[in-house]
Design a protein around this ligand. Sequence first.
Ligand code: PBG
Length: 338
Amino acid sequence: MLGEKRDIAGEASALTSRPRRLRRSASLRRMVRETTLSADDFIYPLFVVEGEGAVNTISSMPGQAQRSVDMLAPELEEIISLGIPAVLLFGIPDEKDATGSLSWSGHGPVQRAIEAIKRQSPGTIVIADVCLCEYTDHGHCGVLSQAGEVINDDTLPLLARSAVSFADAGADIVAPSAMMDGQVAAIRARLDVAGHDQVPVLAYAAKFASAFYGPFREAAESAPQFGDRRAYQMDPANRREAMREVALDVEEGADMLMVKPATPYLDIIREVRDRYDLPLAAYQVSGEYAMLKAAGMNGWIDERRAAIESLVAIKRAGADMIITYYAKEAARWLKEGT
Ligand code: PBG
């Protein structure tokens, strides 16, 4: 019996590859590592509110806060010192109305935040999320018909105006997330007319109607007041449809693509990466962050290892950039060496 086993082992050693040979030490593992994470990969989301001196913590997203424009400076300081190249801005206005007019008419929190950030750190890439849900009193991502349906084509010019207004304020990139058909083309056309032909569009190309956005809606005060977003965001069950959505955004002139959420949609990230050559972002959304945080805070999981593992998985799936609430912590962990 024993002899037989040894024979088999002997044969294995002569004839087959032994992957474990390359796992024996940390330096060997480092040498053959296929996917690496760096602070360069991260985009850090920021929530901006009106007023002064405001830092409102978000209970379902420990470590994250809504900040007024004047309170962004220290945050930005940290982001720069950690080597994080980009931020993604969400605005929460004091007043909301049926058409989300504060996103496109005036000088709202996002416009002012863009100016402040570019003044403080011209090299930091400022991405402005373009959507109406934080600005509408009904919380939907577009304007509504009498029957309470989001009207696609009436929403497009408002999204385009909003994008132009962010570009006017100095945004480096605009990122439409409303999932209206034709939004990329509408925004591209208006940006070009307004003299912003050099401002790229990062398209939330495949954005799913996900339960993982729950904590964000507390952070952005953007929960729909009735119904849900399933008539415009994608059905989580659909892979082929995601490819159609991406194809349309590419045709409409998207410069970069995004898949959102990230971890439950790694297959979609991989497929977009295999089919398209545009830079690809993945959004590790609020619920993904909240789950890791909650389990970590309870001592049920090693948060640091689990978070890094998730981020590596998102990159391995094919993302070039990751929008993540972990950006600062992960950048710090990577500096310390993981
Ligand atoms: C706005 C928007 C949402 C998120 C990003 N942009 C919420 C939504 O679609 O309901 C979610 C981000 C997150 O959960 O972290 N349209």
